[in-house]
Design a protein around this ligand. Sequence first.
Ligand code: AMP
Length: 542
Amino acid sequence: MYGLMQSQQLLISTLIEFAARHHGEGEIVSRRVEGDIHRTNYRQLAGRSRKVANALDTLGLAFSDRVATLAWNGYRHLELYFGVSGSGRVLHTLNPRLHPDQIVWICNHAEDQVLCFDMSFLPIVQAIHKRCTTIRHFIALCDADALPKDSGIPGLRSYEAWIASKPATYAWPDFDENSASSMCYTSGTTGNPKGALYSHRSTILHAFSSALPDALNMSARDAVLPVVPMFHVNAWGLPYSAAMTGAKLVFPGPAMDGKSIFDLIETEKVSFAAGVPTVWQMLLTHMQATGQRFTSLKRTVIGGSACPPAMVSAFNDTYGVEVLHAWGMTEMSPLGTVCTLKNKHLTLPKDAQLKVRLKQGRGIYGVDMKIVDGAGAEVPWDGVSYGDLLVKGPWVIAEYFKGEDQSPLVDGWFPTGDVATIDADGFMQITDRTKDVIKSGGEWISSIDVENIAMAHPAVAMAACIGIRHPKWDERPIIAVVKKPGVEVTREDILAFYDGKTAKWQVPDDVVFVESIPLGGTGKMQKTKLREQLRDYRLPTT
Ligand code: AMP
């Protein structure tokens, strides 16, 4: 027997229509690439999202065709979020911080048909457009008069001119909620970047669960500042959960320095902000230097990398802002855990409470977790035993885009590459990482790519890249090098060899010459031993 409830597909178009109807005056404020502050609301945004959907139809795009973006956080990007996915196409957010060669690889792998980009990324698009073989339309997110005449990009048009004459009405199509809605590539794995392909259903379920009080606690009374970029797992889903709750949205555009973020928080009365530790470190440094205080900020979600204890204390104790330490992955849409306290923790002494707050948090409804030992057996939730962390749930990937039938799952569970403990109250804490990648300022650096470049240098016999703790960037890569016998090579020669081969921020901070690199029985480099060997090493202070 079926239930007798109406069957309605969970589609992203319903979010913007809900926000327009119930929170039409809800504000969306953006610091633009142009430098000014732009104001709109959900009603106007819905109209322009419908214009985008109409404009995409005129390009003759098919259902599920990919529309890529290279853009900062702002209202035009948000219109694409709803217009692209709502009309049945797939929004593909590209990470502009990657090396142009990687962006080309990702565009071609995703078979993007359209690329919409902020004018600050014009030089990247000029450098790559000829090699992006599937892109048929290039659209600059600007007014018609800001469009350069001689960009060299064939058929380049302005977004504003493109949507201007299109109707602000649109009959959003009804289709299977399991259809793809957006995609995001992660470099947080070995080999080529891998595409996580989200569905309408997974996106909406994730928005429901992440907005709950013990998760991000979002409401129409909030003003939300996603500093986390919209090209990082859909800004942790905040554009969707904000529309679902009618929260005001405040977008920082390209300005992520401490002063710009502080000014935006104060002028727009931001109550809730989200970002990686590096961004909050810049904000705290600015506040400590100027002696300024928050007047509206109530809580901030910090994730992407482990939140340092000093940061939790500074926000909580000095500024009265609650830190929600959170953990997730591109493969998880991304939210998995949020560290919100239970009643029993509220009466704990400060130090004991801080210990709990530093954990990555407890699973939100929809995400199941387990930790296993080397043989795959579950280890107990006692807060001490640690194991490989596996997850499953309706917004966790089942496979990667064009994954050639190679399921990443183990008995239906997704292995995160993180090592963790879970305590009896269900609070998970990451203790290590098994994946061979380094996270710097919230962005991934593949140690294998860093090693491969060094290994191509004629004087290098062997090279191993490891991450070293860094106060601002969380981790920075260094490369340990064994020279070929009888050959002379300097640190500077090796660092110069990286020029043009990878993004500048992916170049190691230092070269350490070693006699040998520890190898295991199968010839694999033993990085734990190397880390141990270099435990007294300090990064250069430049
Ligand atoms: P990404 O797919 O880029 O979002 O990266 C996901 C990975 O970042 C996780 O598997 C962890 O290794 C790391 N990560 C995310 N959040 C945290 C956190 N709060 N603490 C420690 N590591 C984190």
